[in-house]
Design a protein around this ligand. Structure first.
Ligand SMILES: *Cc1c(COP(=O)(O)O)cnc(C)c1O
Length: 390
């Protein structure tokens, strides 16, 4: 059913002259499943059970089974997932947490907000993920955990990271906010480390209609702590055994996410297909294409190309009404609010170089081949005009 709808939409759009290609178009996804979504929302409205209603637990069970973990705990956002994961591991003041500088700010921000110190380790320039080879050198007596980020939808190299963690008795928290459904050596993102953190920010591969997040784990003890920490740290009202936050997943969001989860694998498959179309049609002589590591199943949260002429290419694409975006122009070790950590330009050469060269071009499950052709044609036009100038 879904595919028939999809094809009809495809041909109706590709018959039109393309005048604008969005980076992501959530309206198309919504239109395809509108009735189902509205009825799941209505159920919650009829019940008027908005805080930790039954849909939250139902979605938690579905997510635990989807990720192959014993537990999944719904929380208020991906950022709070990271924060609560750190709190559950009792990581805070005086502790160091190793992570990548090439990520969304929340990864580093959560470490600081938990009271700990982020220690950055440069990336592998092919996968854009933290370089496992460089981690050991940054381990000190204060190091308590590693937070690898599965950037753009592909897992970091988890085996060497897990080995280092075992050797030095460190915890591993996967930041899987961009990688729901991704696999590393046939294991699901979020099931490899001690804890996995997910985000349901609307533009993520599984997005709610607002903020939402999830923590996955196998440990009963950690799950118990997180259940407590997300409700202010109290098992019963007015008695608080630990210092928690208001960090619950909203029931309305859970009901929407239950419905959307049924489509996630199909959407991720569509992303992979559209990504492989770009891979075939774009010229590696012009731009560096994303590399999927042989051990990974990529879910292409973003399709990120790389170019020395990135800023000019971005301007050209935008002038031709193609939305594109830089994830991320400033690596975290150079963020103004983290200056106190004492990092300088040149400390993380690969992350800094990537920040100057990467560019996400439109990719989402419902993008049409017509729209992709327009993007491909425009990228090629940019490079042929460049070669005429030179
Ligand atoms: C989106 C994202 C987060 C934060 O998720 P929110 O739900 O927006 O708080 C954390 N880490 C990474 C890598 C992300 O992409």
């Amino acid at each position: 059913m879904h595919n028939i709808l999809q094809d009809r939409r495809d041909s109706s759009i590709s018959n039109h002259v393309i005048t604008h290609v969005p980076l992501i178009d959530l309206k198309r996804q919504y239109r395809n499943i509108k009735e189902e979504i509205l009825s799941s929302i209505e159920q919650v409205l009829e019940s008027q059970s908005f805080i930790l209603g039954p849909q939250v637990e139902e979605f938690e069970k579905l997510m635990a089974s989807y990720c192959n973990t014993k537990h999944a705990i719904g929380v208020s956002s991906g950022t709070d997932a990271l924060f609560l994961a750190l709190r559950a591991l009792e990581i805070g003041s005086g502790d160091e947490v190793i992570t990548t500088p090439f990520t969304f700010f929340a990864t580093a921000g959560s470490i600081c907000n938990a009271g700990a110190t982020p220690v950055f380790v440069d990336i592998d320039p092919e996968s854009y993920n933290v370089s496992a080879d460089l981690i050991k050198k940054r381990i000190t007596k204060k190091t308590k955990a590693i937070i690898p980020v599965h950037l753009y939808g592909q897992c970091a190299d988890m085996e060497p990271i897990s080995e280092i963690a075992k050797e030095y008795n460190l915890k591993v928290i996967e930041d899987a906010a961009q990688a729901i459904g991704a696999e590393y050596k046939n294991r699901k993102a979020g099931s490899i480390g001690d804890l996995g953190c997910f985000s349901f920010f609307p533009s993520k591969n599984l997005g709610g209609f607002g903020d939402g997040g999830m923590i996955t784990c196998d440990s009963d003890e950690l799950a118990e702590k997180i259940y407590l920490l997300r409700v202010h740290g109290g098992k019963t009202k007015n008695y608080y055994s630990s210092l928690g936050i208001n960090g619950r997943l909203d029931t309305l969001q859970a009901s929407i996410l239950i419905t959307k989860l049924r489509y996630l694998d199909q959407w991720n498959e569509n992303r992979r297909q559209k990504a492989s179309y770009y891979m075939k049609q774009l010229d590696e002589a012009n731009v560096t294409l994303p590399k999927t590591m042989p051990f990974n199943k990529h879910v292409f949260h973003l399709f990120v190309i790389r170019s020395k002429e990135r800023d000019e290419l971005l301007e050209f694409l935008r002038a031709n009404k193609i939305d594109c975006f830089v994830h991320y122009p400033i690596p975290q070790h150079l963020q103004e609010c983290l200056k106190f950590l004492g990092y300088q330009e040149g400390d993380m050469p690969e992350a800094e170089k990537a920040a100057k060269e990467v560019l996400a071009i439109p990719l989402f499950p419902e993008i049409t081949y017509g729209e992709q052709d327009y993007v491909i044609k425009t990228v090629k036009a940019f490079y042929s005009s460049m070669s005429k100038i030179n």
